[in-house]
Design a protein around this ligand. Structure first.
Ligand code: AMP
Length: 427
């Protein structure tokens, strides 16, 4: 236990609201053109935070001993021998070149096992987590379709804005110079810029369920001819209360759609949804490495007389150890308050949470990635699915609601064969 005594151009990806354009063609398209400017129709408040009311002191139910594990073994990632090379895939030469430019030498297991089938038009059910290369696993076949026919369109539905933007970045990298158009449609960013992007026509829409639903209802997105549909992190979308929204969106797509369903776990409602919308999908399971084995886990006991933030600062002061620290707190306002306090005390810190403007969240993330700040305070939702390299410590300033969330949090460290440390404040 720790002692507590103390606008055009291939890389417009940064423009979250109007997406990347990789060239000049303007074919393909989402915008049905009808019903423009129609009333904003709400879909029953199921957007985000679906579990908010369930918030209770459920942490009492997690046995504190589960937050302690000293016997870390930095497991070398098992070497996977792919059965294909990217050269084997029946994809366009320019896509192969783009993959090579990303320095992807061999397909990751999920890519190796799913791409040959998806190139044949099969639906895919991928049980895989972030970090497995699942994004390229669905983007490669989709981009290949679009290169062959610029009228092809795809919709990619992701739980969070950050994940949507991460996907768009990968998409822009892989589609560079190919005249493939994408638009990111996420909540918290101005809808007007997104509408402009959609009206300019585009091949790929990447977005979060609530905003996509809004745009469909306004008649700005027409899914009736969208023959590629991706659900990314489907189980997270369920957790976040988006199940009705994604069902609604899927219902709008044509029957001959190709579905790419990705989820780390397969809870019943998601299984049912996939059963309904996928036809005989190829199921690919990728054993995600149990990163928690790479993570030394311990608790920091706080008693009534100790000032929690002072204890935190004592840790952060050990700068040669605590080089890149992700701190989790439960509520948005608590995250903001903590980050403001840390900045006041002279730390290079930032925060991401749902109340923060989308642009500001992106800026903070970039700074954290680039080591301009070395502390980021986050809510679970905001940090979900993020792939940030070299986080040395995860600190649970507040205990997560569920053990699953705990595992998800600590998985932000101890990545890529590195050792990580997770510390949980317990009262
Ligand atoms: P993802 O699970 O899609 O978020 O991908 C996790 C990370 O793996 C990202 O940084 C990707 O750029 C990277 N990646 C994806 N496919 C490959 C590959 N075949 N070889 C090397 N890196 C990859």
């Amino acid at each position: 236990m720790y002692n507590n005594t103390k606008q055009r151009g291939p890389s417009r990806s940064s423009n979250y609201s109007s997406g990347g354009r990789s060239g000049g063609a303007s074919r393909g398209g989402f915008s049905s053109g009808g019903n423009r400017g129609g009333g904003r129709s709400s879909f029953g408040g199921s957007r985000g935070g679906g579990n908010r009311n369930k918030r209770k002191s459920s942490y009492e139910r997690i046995d504190v001993s589960r937050f302690i594990s000293k016997s870390t073994v930095v497991e070398k990632e098992e070497i996977y021998l792919p059965t294909h090379t990217f050269g084997d895939f029946k994809i366009e030469a320019k896509l192969k070149l783009a993959i090579a430019n990303k320095n992807y030498i061999y397909p990751s297991p999920i890519q190796d096992k799913s791409i040959p089938h998806s190139l044949e038009g099969r639906d895919i059910l991928g049980i895989a987590d972030t970090g497995t290369g699942k994004t390229a696993a669905f983007l490669i076949p989709i981009l290949n379709k679009i290169i062959k026919d610029k009228n092809e369109t795809a919709i990619i539905i992701a739980p969070t804005r950050e994940l949507a933007i991460q996907i768009e970045k990968e998409c822009n990298d892989l589609a560079r110079g190919m005249q493939i158009w994408s638009v990111v449609c996420v909540g918290g960013a101005p809808i007007s810029a997104q509408i402009r992007g959609l009206r300019r026509e585009c091949n790929i829409v990447i977005g979060t369920p609530g905003r996509l639903l809004d745009l469909v209802k306004r008649g700005e997105i027409d899914l009736s001819t969208t023959r590629s549909v991706v659900l990314d992190e489907a189980d997270r979308m369920l957790d976040m209360g988006f199940i009705n929204d994604i069902t609604f969106l899927l219902e709008k797509t044509p029957n001959d759609r190709q579905g790419f369903f990705f989820s780390a776990t397969l809870p019943k409602p998601i299984e049912k949804l996939i059963e309904r919308f996928a036809s005989d999908p190829v199921k690919v399971m990728v054993k995600t490495r149990d990163t928690s084995k790479n993570v030394e886990q311990d608790v920091i006991r706080i008693n009534r007389d100790t000032n929690k933030i002072d204890v935190l600062c004592d840790l952060l002061d050990k700068e040669d150890e605590f080089k890149k620290v992700l701190i989790f707190s439960e509520m948005k306002h608590a995250v903001e308050k903590l980050s403001v306090e840390l900045i006041k005390r002279g730390y290079k810190a930032g925060s991401i949470h749902g109340d923060k403007r989308h642009n500001d969240r992106q800026k903070t993330l970039l700074k954290f990635r680039n080591n301009e700040i070395h502390i980021m305070v986050a809510t679970d939702v905001a940090a979900r699915g993020l792939d940030i390299p070299e986080v040395t410590h995860v600190i649970n300033y507040e205990i997560p609601q569920t053990y699953d969330t705990y595992i998800h949090r600590i998985g932000r460290t101890g990545r890529a064969d590195k050792k990580g440390v997770a510390l949980t404040f317990v009262g």
